[in-house]
Structure formats: structure tokens, C-alpha cells
Design a protein around this ligand. Structure first.
Ligand code: 9WN
Length: 725
């Protein structure tokens, strides 16, 4: 079978080929005909997976145009393409500077320094990484010179934070963050040099681009740089736009780490990049943090204050590794809210560039709201770095959907995902390739059934054989056990992250209490449970906790797969019977049906445990049963009184998560393997589709299902058995 997304990877590669201009890649075939600084970094990252040679050429071409002071220009102009973009070399007049490289046409500003990161990726992904070492040796001094330029010329106070002096340097040109500093620049429009915009091409809605007023201010700044002959000192003295931006500085911080790794590979000293990384991280943490807003903001050096405008750039210290754990938590709360598209929200995609709840938010205007793949690509890595795995996984799957469903556009509508700006945009294609590659690697790592033959014959592990018994009447045991499980949930489970802090839990008094209570289960009669809701909650909570107990007791580190037959082997003695996790799931909660991996039903015809079977099966339990893995439902405590509402919420959340991808443009639906394994619990394939349909929020997806109901094509996503640690 062809690999999932293979056609789209082919299409993405074709886009990069078509945009290849001989020694670098155009960001887009129409709007941006030259070589752009950070675009080339992202493009090289994507190409590094299949074309090391071109990814190296891309980076080296860019650095051939590096200025003698170390500045890496925002644009390297292709002389054959002149006349289609504004501003071009005639406007920049960079020949006024003594630093410009001879024979190269460039702009006179820079962009976020992603290049060391790209170079490290090229080395990592090369078929034979040692072949790439000569390239590392050639490029390293140039990367070092770039970072040195930034710290030397753009951080005159030695704070560890570099400033940008033009919105184009941020890469997020008309971000609402720049509104205030741009507006307060006193400019006389009548004396601006004459210019004609070239970005308002047919098919591009002017409302989705920066305004004319923005452009006047962009031009004013370029004119000022010309008058200063691009002398950094003179610019610093006169420029009304000097800003320490969290996005730029976080990328620099992350790039310093790559730079230090490159230095290590080629035997150069690592102290300098490492100390830059430390210093910048600390400065971001201290100076750019907005405590009340729980996000990082840009700092305006002219007015001497934070610009209190919260955009996606404010989350970038997660990518840079600059945020403290406490800040990361607050960032996550802000990010995972309806302001920036919460997990399982269902009616949005990925992270928009601006808070959707703010007045100036605009779902289709360039950097004032839409989703950008590069920003989200970095944020997904940042979230993963800080342990927000569930959100990172879901974000990456959302990012795969966008180009598949809406083509390889420059940016995407914040809510319905529609593509805007230039089509066949290079970094969208390149980072899509990188995301698919990561998707394949995760799938490879998790592929293969969990229920191995070895597991079928391995010995059982009874977890409640301790000698210490709880001082509690057996009839009160269920209530006390549930209360303790709830305490475990409150203290050690993080529903936001979908994670369990197994290490802390292991040594906690709450867990010790829980273990003692489980010893009491040996004298417990499940027949004293009354009512379907109480039984459902008891068995669901007990299932979830026997899994956690098994993971802790057996010291599992990476995946429950480390213990063959885990779910069949971990058991509690309850009254006169033994119950494995499988018995609870397939025997009691699934109505004693034969699980897909076994030839037998859990309880045979004469098994007394049959009296405890819960029928009819409520398929929503599949979103409540936790299996200690990343693909399963986030762990919760189920309360008998509210369990139906909780199950409803769990099902809604799962159906609108990245475990269900509806791809109308590809004519298929991708779903978690859970749905394949338990198809019958949902009433077969039709029942399954009906079930998902009822919970889905996205109108586009619902319409697709309705229109293709009769012969809907479904594929299943591999189940991620990595521990939800
Ligand atoms: C100005 C090329 C560039 C990106 C920027 C994006 C846009 C240029 C423009 O296109 O900016 O640099 O003309 O609008 O904002 O991030 O690098 O793709």
C-alpha cells in the first residue's frame, strides 16, 4: 500500500522544484520572485529530507550575499527576475554601505536567524552525515559571523536581546504588535520617496495584505536607512522603530543551540554560542514576560515599554527554550484557549497569529490573524519540548491537514482553514514534507500490534497482594477507593497535557493509600454496587487506575509494550475472583465480547464473573478508558452522578481531536485504530460513521460525510503506544 500522504509529498516536492531558481528557491512563483532569508532556512529544512545537495546550495547561496559586517540580508535579488517586486535594489540603494558584498543585489535589513537550525537539520537528515561535514566547516564561520553581528550591532547595551529595526525584519510584517510603534512615528507623507506597490496582484485581495499606510511607514524606514548609508550606529541613533521581539530572539536562542552542536561536530569551541543562548534565554524570561497576560510581548526601545499586544509570537519562547516551567504553564493556558484555538475545539485549525477574541483580529489578513505553517511548526516543537505532548501531536496533525485540504497556500483562514495569499508557497510545501516525515517516524516507532504471542503465555502479575489492609469496612471500600483515585487524578494527572506524572505519583502518600485500599479489594463484593451509573464509574475508574498501578509497579519507562501482554497480565483480586485490565474492559465494560486480538471471550460459560457484565455496551467508554499511551483518552476521574455527561464530553473531545481527520479533498477519513478494533461496539461501520458524525463540530467535515455517506473511504491511524508520561 502506498504510504499515507505520498501524493501530497510528491506535490510538495514538485512545488519546490518549480520554485527552484537554479541556486535558491523562490518563496512563491508569483508574489516573491527572489531569495528570502528565513524562507530559505525553512525550505532547506524540508528539502534536507530528500535532497541534501539542493538544501546545501540554498543555504550557501544565501550566505554568499552576507554583508561584511555579518548581516544576512532579508532578500537576495535575482537579477533575472527584477521588475516584479517592490522594493528592489534601485530602491534599497545598499551600495551606499561599505559592507555590501560585491556582485550581489540585496536589501538592507535582515530576518529571524533560522539558519543554524536548518544547517543542523541538513546534517541530521543527510544519508551519510559525514559527507556533510565539509559543508558544516564552510558555513560555520558565516553562521557565527551572523550571530556575532546580531549581538554586536543589534544589542548595544549587551542585554542579550537583539532589536529589529523594520517590521519586515520580524518576518511577521503587519502583526498588530507593530501598530503602535509604527503609528507614533512622525512621518511627513508628502516627502516620502515615490514608490509603487507590486504586491497587490490580481487574485490577491488587498484586505489580506498590509495597508497603504503600513507601506508608507515601511518605505519611510527604508529611506531613513539609505540616508544613514546603512550604518548601524547612525540608524540606532535616529530610527524610531527599534524593537526587541520575542519571536526573533527566541529563534536566535534556539539557533545558538544548533550553532553549538555544529561547533561540536566540527571540533570548534562551543562556549560562545552556549553563553549567547543562556544570556538571551534569561533576558527573554525577565524582560519580555507579561505577568498579567501570561504571555511574552515585544519591548519597544523607543517608548521604553512592553507593547501589550499578544500574538502567537508571544509563545515562541517555548520554541527557544527560554520560558521557565511556570511561564510555560501560563503560556499553555493562554495558548490552549479559545483565544488561540483550544485542543479539541473542533471549529478551528492550529494556532492563529493573533488572539481571536481581540478587536483587531482578522481571520484573513496576513499576519493579523491567519494561521501560518512556519509559526505553528515551531510552536509544535516548543510545546513538545515543554511536555505538552497531546497538543503538539494534535497541532502537527492539524498542520498536515491544512495543505491537503486547502492546497499549499501561504497562510490559512483561522477558522475554516481556507488558503490565502500565494498558492504553491515554498515553506508550506517544505515544512509539510518535514511534518510528514515526522509523522512516518512516529508511526514506524509505534506500528505493530501490542498483543504479542509472547504476552499470551506470560505469567500473571497480581498487584494487590500486600499485607497491609485498610481500616475500613468492605462496604465503604468502593467509595473510599474512588475518593483516592480522584486524589490521584487531582495531584498527578494533567488532563491538559494528557500526561501522568508517574515519578511523583510513585512516592506519594496518595498512591500508598491507594495500594493499601486495593489490598482491601480482596474482601470486596462487587455485587454491593448498585445502579448502572455507579457500576460504570467504578469499573472505569478501576480500569484506569490498574493501568497506572501496573505502569508504576512494573517500572515501565517508555511504553506498556515493554511488558508483553500487559493488559492481560496485570490483575487485582476482587472478592473471590481475579480481574485483569482486559477482563474489566472486554469482560465487564464491553459486555464480554471477544477482543480483536484473542480467540476467546474473557468469561467462559461457567464463569461467575459473568454476573457483573454491564450491558448494553456504551461505546463512549472507549474515550474514557486510559491505556497509559499517547493515543488514548486523557485520563479523568468518573463520578457516578455525572458519568453520562462526562462520557459525552469525552466522546465530543475525541471525535474533534486529531484522532479523527476528515480530508474531503482526499476523499477519505482517517481515524484512530480504536475505531477499527471496536467497530462492533459502535454498530459496525455505518454505526461508527453515524457516531462520529453526531459528535463532529466542523461543518465542512460533516458535509463531506453526508455527501459520501454510502461509500465513505476510511483509513486508520496507527495507535501511539508511547507512555503518556
Ligand atoms: C517582505 C517571503 C516573505 C516572508 C515574510 C512575509 C512576506 C515580504 C512581503 O513574504 O514578507 O519581506 O513582501 O510581504 O511576511 O515572512 O519571508 O515569503
Amino acid at each position: 500500500m502506498a504510504k499515507l500522504f505520498a501524493d501530497y509529498v510528491k506535490r510538495a516536492k514538485r512545488i519546490l522544484d518549480d520554485n527552484w531558481a537554479g541556486s535558491s528557491t523562490k518563496p512563491s512563483p508569483t508574489l516573491y520572485p527572489h531569495q528570502w532569508n528565513w524562507d530559505s532556512g525553512f525550505i532547506a529544512i524540508g528539502r534536507a529530507h530528500y535532497d541534501t545537495v539542493r538544501s546545501i546550495i540554498e543555504i550557501e547561496t544565501l550566505f554568499d550575499a552576507q554583508w561584511s559586517n555579518g548581516m544576512l540580508p532579508q532578500i537576495v535579488f535575482n537579477p533575472k527576475e527584477l521588475g516584479h517586486y517592490f522594493p528592489e535594489p534601485d530602491f534599497w540603494q545598499t551600495e551606499r554601505s561599505s559592507n555590501t558584498p560585491s556582485g550581489k543585489l540585496t536589501s538592507g535589513i535582515t530576518m529571524p536567524p533560522v539558519h543554524a537550525i536548518a544547517v543542523e537539520k541538513i546534517h541530521q537528515n543527510a544519508r551519510r552525515s559525514r559527507d556533510v561535514v565539509p559543508f558544516l566547516k564552510r558555513i560555520y564561520p558565516k553562521l557565527l559571523a551572523l550571530h556575532d553581528y546580531l549581538y554586536r550591532e543589534r544589542d548595544p547595551e549587551g542585554e542579550g536581546l537583539v532589536y529589529i529595526r523594520h517590521p519586515w525584519e520580524s518576518g511577521i510584517d503587519n502583526s498588530p504588535t507593530w501598530d503602535f510603534p509604527l503609528k507614533k512615528m512622525a512621518i511627513d507623507k508628502a516627502s516620502l520617496p515615490h514608490y509603487t506597490r507590486r504586491d497587490l496582484k490580481p487574485g490577491i485581495d488587498p484586505k489580506m495584505r498590509p495597508s497603504d499606510d503600513d507601506y508608507d511607514r515601511y518605505v519611510y524606514l527604508v529611506d531613513l536607512f539609505r540616508q544613514c548609508d546603512y550604518d548601524e550606529f547612525r540608524i540606532h541613533e535616529t530610527c524610531p522603530f527599534l524593537i526587541q521581539d520575542p519571536l526573533f530572539n527566541s529563534i536566535l536562542c534556539r539557533a545558538n543551540v544548533s550553532l553549538s552542536r555544529i561547533a561540536e561536530i566540527i571540533g570548534e569551541p562551543t562556549e560562545m554560542p552556549q553563553s549567547w543562548a543562556r544570556k538571551t534565554a534569561e533576558a527573554i524570561r525577565e524582560k519580555l514576560w507579561h505577568e498579567e497576560h501570561g504571555i511574552f510581548d515585544a519591548y519597544d526601545l523607543i517608548s521604553g515599554q512592553l507593547i501589550e499586544v499578544d500574538t502567537a509570537a508571544g509563545f515562541m519562547p517555548l520554541y527557544g527554550g527560554a520560558a521557565s516551567q511556570e511561564q510555560a504553564k501560563q503560556l499553555y493556558d493562554r495558548l490552549n484557549s479559545c483565544s488561540f484555538c483550544a485542543l479539541h475545539q473542533g471549529d478551528c485549525f492550529a494556532i492563529p497569529n493573533y488572539d481571536t477574541q481581540k478587536e483587531g483580529f482578522d481571520r484573513s489578513n496576513y499576519w493579523r490573524g491567519p494561521i501560518w505553517i512556519n509559526i505553528n511548526w515551531m510552536l509544535a516543537q516548543g510545546l513538545r519540548r515543554y511536555g505538552y505532548t497531546l497538543k503538539a501531536d494534535s497541532l502537527q496533525k492539524d498542520l498536515l491537514q491544512l495543505p491537503i485540504r486547502f492546497c499549499f497556500y501561504e497562510y490559512f483562514d483561522s477558522f475554516d482553514g481556507k488558503g490565502y495569499g500565494s498558492e504553491n508557497f515554498s515553506w508550506t510545501a517544505a515544512l509539510f514534507i518535514d511534518l510528514v516525515q515526522e509523522f512516518y517516524e512516529t508511526e514506524k516507532a509505534i506500528k505493530g500490534g501490542f498483543h504479542s504471542i509472547k504476552g499470551l503465555f506470560a505469567r500473571e502479575i497480581i498487584l494487590n497482594e500486600g499485607t497491609e489492609m485498610p481500616e475500613i469496612n468492605p462496604e465503604n471500600l468502593a467509595g473510599e477507593l474512588m475518593r483516592t483515585i480522584r486524589m490521584l487524578k487531582d495531584g498527578f494527572y494533567n488532563a491538559d497535557r494528557g500526561l501522568v506524572d508517574y515519578d511523583r505519583l510513585r512516592d506519594s502518600p496518595e498512591f500508598k493509600r491507594y495500594r493499601i485500599l486495593t489490598n482491601g479489594l480482596r474482601e470486596f463484593r462487587p455485587s454491593c454496587l448498585t445502579g448502572r451509573k455507579e457500576k460504570l464509574a467504578f469499573w472505569t475508574n478501576l480500569y484506569n487506575t490498574i493501568v497506572v498501578d501496573g505502569i508504576v509497579t512494573l517500572g515501565i519507562r517508555q511504553s506498556v509494550k515493554e511488558v508483553p501482554g500487559f493488559f492481560r497480565r496485570v490483575k487485582y483480586t476482587i472478592g473471590p475472583y481475579l480481574f485483569s485490565a482486559d477482563d474489566i474492559e472486554h469482560g465487564i465494560l464491553r459486555g464480554n465480547v471477544r477482543p480483536w486480538f484473542s480467540p476467546f471471550r474473557p468469561f467462559g460459560p461457567w464463569d461467575k464473573r459473568r454476573n457483573m457484565i454491564l450491558t448494553p455496551v456504551d461505546p463512549r467508554i472507549h474515550f474514557a478508558l486510559v491505556c497509559g499511551s499517547r493515543s488514548c483518552a486523557p485520563i479523568e476521574y468518573y463520578d457516578p452522578e455525572h458519568i453520562y455527561d462526562q462520557l459525552e464530553a469525552a466522546a465530543t473531545s475525541f471525535a474533534n481531536s486529531s484522532e479523527v481527520l476528515v480530508l474531503p479533498e482526499e476523499g477519505k477519513m482517517l481515524m484512530s485504530e480504536i475505531f477499527r478494533w471496536y467497530e462492533n461496539d459502535f454498530g459496525g461501520k455505518t454505526g461508527l460513521v453515524d457516531f462520529v458524525f453526531d459528535y463532529l463540530v466542523d461543518e465542512h467535515a460533516r458535509r463531506f460525510i453526508q455527501e459520501n455517506y454510502a461509500d465513505l473511504h476510511i483509513e486508520y491511524l496507527h495507535y501511539d503506544w508511547n507512555l503518556n508520561r
